[in-house]
Design a protein around this ligand. Structure first.
Ligand SMILES: [Zn+2]
Length: 276
C-alpha cells in the first residue's frame, strides 16, 4: 500500500485482512463489498484487483509494476467492469452472459478480475446466471461484487461470496454509541474480563424495539474509532495491543454481518464480547 495510487483512505483494515488471506494463498473466487460510498467500494475493488495481478506484491500491490500502472490507468486487459447501462434500470442478463463468455477465454496474465458495480441492480435473471459461475468458479477468475446494500442480492449469491461490510461514509454517530465505543476500547486495551465488557455495552440493548439498529450504530462507531487509531498510531503501538484491536475490528465485522442477517442483537453482542 505504499504507492500513492493505491493509498486507501478508508477500509484499510478490511484490506489488510484480505491481504493476509491472499498472502497465505487463501484467494476466494468471489468477494462482495457492501455498504460505504461508491468511491470506497471502487477503491477497495481496484486495490484488490491490483494486489491479485501485481507483478511484485508485498503487503499490498506495489503500485509501480506494469500491471498496477495499467489498472491505475483503467486499461488492464484482464480487469473487466460490468456496469448498469445508463438507459436501463438494471444490469441485464446479456451483460452477465457476455461476462461469462469472456471468462471462458484464457486471460492475458494470471487471472481475470471481474468487478460488478452496483451488483444490487442485477435483476433476478442476471443473478441466477451469475450464480452458476459462482457455484462452478472459473479457476482463473475472481469476481468482485460491489453493492450499496445486501438487500437486492439473492442469499444464494451472497453465500458464494466472501462478504465485507464497509463503514458508512462520513457516518456521524449518536453520542451514546460514540461514548460506549470509547469505553469499550479502553476495556479491550486493559484486558478487562467478559462481564465488564458486556456491562459496558448493555445500554445499547435497552430499547428492545431499536436494539438491532443501536447495535449496528455502536459497531460502526467502534470500527471507525479503531480504524482511526490503527492508521494513525499503529507504528508506535505495542504489537500485542495492535493485534488485539485488529481482532476487535474483525469481530465487529462478523457481528455486523450477524445483525444484517437479522440475528438477535443481545446474542450477537454477547458473542462479540466473548471473542474480543
Ligand atoms: Zn504491482
Amino acid at each position: 500500500m505504499s504507492a500513492a495510487a493505491f493509498e486507501l483512505k478508508r477500509n484499510s483494515i478490511i484490506a489488510s485482512q484480505i491481504a493476509a488471506a491472499v498472502k497465505s494463498g487463501r484467494v476466494v473466487h468471489a468477494y462482495a463489498f457492501i455498504g460505504g460510498s461508491p468511491e470506497d467500494r471502487n477503491s477497495l475493488a481496484l486495490w484488490l484487483a491490483s494486489y491479485m495481478l501485481c507483478r511484485d506484491p508485498g503487503d499490498g500491490p506495489c503500485g509501480s509494476c506494469i500491471s498496477c500502472q495499467k489498472i491505475a490507468h483503467g486499461n488492464h486487459e484482464d480487469v473487466i467492469f460490468v456496469r448498469k447501462p445508463e438507459d436501463r434500470e438494471s444490469i441485464v442478463r446479456t451483460q452477465i452472459l457476455e461476462l461469462i463468455d469472456r471468462l471462458s477465454f484464457k486471460p492475458f496474465g494470471s487471472r481475470y478480475v471481474a468487478v460488478i458495480e452496483d451488483a444490487q441492480l442485477m435483476n433476478a435473471a442476471s443473478q441466477n446466471k451469475l450464480l452458476k459461475t459462482l457455484e462452478e468458479p472459473v479457476s482463473d477468475a475472481v469476481m468482485i461484487l460491489l453493492a450499496d446494500s445486501s438487500e437486492g442480492l439473492l442469499p444464494t449469491v451472497l453465500s458464494r461470496c466472501s462478504c465485507f461490510y464497509l463503514q458508512d461514509a462520513e457516518a456521524e454517530f449518536g453520542s451514546q454509541a460514540a461514548s460506549i465505543a470509547d469505553q469499550f476500547i479502553s476495556l479491550v486495551a486493559a484486558n478487562a474480563p467478559f462481564y465488564r465488557k458486556k456491562a459496558a455495552i448493555m445500554p445499547v440493548l435497552e430499547d428492545k424495539d431499536d436494539a438491532r439498529a443501536k447495535t449496528a450504530e455502536f459497531l460502526d462507531a467502534l470500527e471507525q474509532k479503531l480504524e482511526a487509531m490503527l492508521t494513525q498510531d499503529s507504528g508506535k503501538m505495542d504489537a500485542a495491543l495492535c493485534e488485539k484491536l485488529i481482532n476487535t475490528v474483525k469481530q465487529a465485522e462478523t457481528s455486523r454481518k450477524y445483525i444484517k442477517q437479522l440475528h438477535s442483537a443481545a446474542y450477537t453482542l454477547k458473542q462479540f464480547c466473548l471473542r474480543v
